[in-house]
Design a protein around this ligand. Sequence first.
Ligand code: MLT
Length: 404
Amino acid sequence: MFKINENYLKLPGSYLFSTIAKKVNEFQAANPEKSVIRLGIGDVTQPLAPVIIDALHGAVDEMGKAETFHGYAPDLGYEFLRTAIAKNDYADRGCDIAADEIFVSDGAKCDSGNIQEIFSVDNKIAVCDPVYPVYVDTNVMAGRTGTYDSKTEMWSDVIYMPCTAENNFAPELPKETPDMIYLCFPNNPTGATITKDQLQVWVDYANKVGAVIIYDAAYEAYISEPDVPHTIFECEGARTCAIELKSFSKNAGFTGTRLGYTVIPKDLKCGDVMLHSLWARRHGTKYNGAPYIQQRAGEAVYSPEGKEQLAKQVAYYMNNAKVIKEGLQEAGYTVSGGVNAPYIWLKTPGTMTSWEFFDYLLANANVVGTPGSGFGPSGEGYFRLTAFGTYENTVAALERIKKM
Ligand code: MLT
């Protein structure tokens, strides 16, 4: 008789954004006349930029001719894309990352979920609280998190690093020493950031205690302040303690077309073993690469036209962030985020819980957001709105919220 991976049974409820989608679908079915505005999941709404569409068309035409057809992609990704990433995202920022330390993939969500596979199940993870649920859930699936306490909504073997208004939503070094530290800046869900000096403290700490930092930089394109690092490799010593995850979803609108990459420096070792070799082995065994056409689209992101067109797209969303932030402040809410990130983090009014506010907002303004408690216990009493809607919907949502 076969057995299942019982760790899956430990997972409480369904994936956060699936739960929200189900609730919204039920509301819409019961109220077909209501126009619901979705500012919940961080999914983009602007069409792909013209330079990317051209690159996709060009690559599709290549696939239609025997001389330029491409089958399986190289394990780590095409050289043209890895070289463009190494130059633009690292060398141009003074960071020492070689093209062969970059692994192209179909997105940062998969990589952030899969990366834990190359680590021992005995490792202890530390996460910010609130946190992007993928980091914790995938460690639950692997059996690394101990038992779940439904009262505290915490796992016995996870180190939680609360990020609250008291610490400006920036985690403090944990009291108990972790083996793997998940950090995401600019942060999902709070929209907060830390400075380069603050990140340097984490890098020094990880090197000192022998921990690895899994650094999710998916929202890097939204940084507007000068002292905020664009990559962890701006910090000295990061090559011996950090893995970086990057996505093309938020900076180039690839949520539907998929592309991302992971950086593992060859200096990052456990004893004599390079983590790079383990991830290369995993990639080669379990993955056949992001599609050629998509990697050509990724290359176009780094062209001069690509940079110009995408900067406009980011500015469009950040204007939405301003509309949301200022609108909520006018309506009397306590708000943060939205300056270096496309997420606005608000305190729920009075004593309302995050899910109570979710229901209230959906029923009274027909606006969907994300309950803070869905990201962890310290998210209780908070709520996230995304700036990735259209400008028109964002303005309309705020008008409705102000009237509530
Ligand atoms: C979010 O809403 O938190 C993100 O869209 C999730 C993701 O990028 O997978």
